[in-house]
Design a protein around this ligand. Sequence first.
Ligand SMILES: Cc1cc2nc3c(=O)[nH]c(=O)nc-3n(C[C@H](O)[C@H](O)[C@H](O)COP(=O)(O)OP(=O)(O)OC[C@H]3O[C@@H](n4cnc5c(N)ncnc54)[C@H](O)[C@@H]3O)c2cc1C
Length: 401
Amino acid sequence: MDNAAPPVVDDLEARVADFLERHGGLMADQVAFRGAQYDAGLAFVHFPVGLGGLGLPLTRQALVDEKLRDAGCTYHNLRLNPVGIGMVAPTILEYGTEQQKRRFLRPLFTGEEVWCQLFSEPGAGSDLAGLAARATWEDGTWVVNGQKVWNSLAHVASFGVLLARTDPDLPKHQGISYFLLDMRLPGIESRPLVQMTGVAEFNEVFLDDVHVPDDAMLGGRGDGWRIATTTLMSERAMLSGGAGGRGTGPVRTLLNLWARRRDALGEAERAIRRDQLADIWLRAEVVRLQGQRAKAMSRSVPGAYHSIGKLMWTELHQEIYEFCVDLEGADGMLHEAGYPLARADQLSSTPSISSQFLRSRASTLEGGTSEILRNMLGERLLDLPGEPRTDKNVSWRDIPR
Ligand SMILES: Cc1cc2nc3c(=O)[nH]c(=O)nc-3n(C[C@H](O)[C@H](O)[C@H](O)COP(=O)(O)OP(=O)(O)OC[C@H]3O[C@@H](n4cnc5c(N)ncnc54)[C@H](O)[C@@H]3O)c2cc1C
C-alpha cells in the first residue's frame, strides 16, 4: 500500500520564480522587498489573498522560504519581528476587524512596526488568567494601569498586545480584554531587565493612566482569554523548533563542534559521546517531523499539537547546549570578556556557545513552562483529569492574592 501524501498541485514554485525575477533587485532594501513579498501573497501563504497570502496550506510556506534563501535573501522572520510575525499576525487574522487586518499585517511583516507581548505580570505568569492590570472605561476611553514583566523587545516595539482586566467582578478568565496597544502613548515606561547572558532582551513595563481608544480592542470586551489562547498557541508553535531543515540550527552547531573536538577525546569518551550525539540527532529528527505533522494538521492558527514540539524541542535544546559545553571542556566555562550589558537588538547574529547555553535555560520557561505544557497536553490531548481549579468560578475580586 502506498502511504505517501499526494503531491500538492499549485503554481507556487512558478509564482516565487516570477516574484524573484520582478523584485529580486529590491533585496538590499528590507522594507521594499518584504512589502513586495507581502503584496505577492508570499508572506504567509496560508493567509487569504490580499492579506499577505494565497489561501494555501501552511506547509507550503517552507517552499517559499527555501527559494528565497537560495536566491540570497537573508531576512529572518524571527530576528526581524518575532512577536509580530510569529504570534500577533495569526491572532489579528483570526479575530481582527477588516480594518485592523489591513492596518497592521503589512507593516508587521516588513518589520516597520515591531511588536511586543504584554501578558505576564509579577503576580501572573503560569496563572496568567489571574492578571491584575486594569482597563477602566472613563469618558469614552480605556484608562489602563498596571505592571507587566518579562516583555521581550518592549523597548523597541511600536505596538504591544496587552491583556487587561475590564470586569473584575467576573471570574478571572471572563473579565479580561485584549488590546493592540500603541507603545508610543503617554504613560508607558519600559525598563530593561538583564538576563544571566548579560543581555537585556526583555523589560518590565509600567502602565500609568494610559488612555487607549476603544478601537484598539481586539475582539469584544471580555474576549481576552480566548484570543490570548491563540497568541500563546502561536508562540508555542514558533518555539517548537520545527522551522529549520534536518541537521540545522543548534544541531548544526553541535555537529560542527563535534567535528572540531572529537579527535582530542580519549577513545572511550569518544565512543560514549558518539552514542549521545546519535541519540540527540534522532530526537531532533523526531521533533522536526512532529513539527511538520502539527503544521499539516493546523489551519491558519496552530493547535495544541504544536505544544508537543515546544515541550520536546526546548528540553532537547538545553541538552544540546549542555553537550556543547561539555565538549568544549574548560573553555566551556568562559564567557565573553567584560560580561557586557547589551540590548537584544544589538546582539551578534552568531552568539558564543556559552551565551547560547545560558540562553537555553530560558526556553523551557518562555511561552509556558514545561510543567504547564505537560498539564495542558495531558488534559487536552490525553484526556487526563484536569488540575483542581478552585478559583475558576469565583469573582476575580474575591480571589485571595
Ligand atoms: C526569555 C523569556 C522571555 C519572555 N518573554 C515574555 C514576553 O515577551 N511577554 C510576556 O508577557 N511574558 C514573557 N515571558 C514570561 C513567561 O511567559 C513566564 O516566565 C512564564 O509564563 C512562567 O511564569 P513565571 O515566570 O511567573 O513563573 P511561575 O508561574 O511563578 O512558575 C514558577 C514555577 O512553578 C511552576 N508551576 C506554576 N504553576 C504550576 C502548576 N499549576 N503546575 C505545575 N507547576 C507549576 C512553573 O512551571 C515554574 O517552574 C518570558 C519569559 C522568558 C523566560
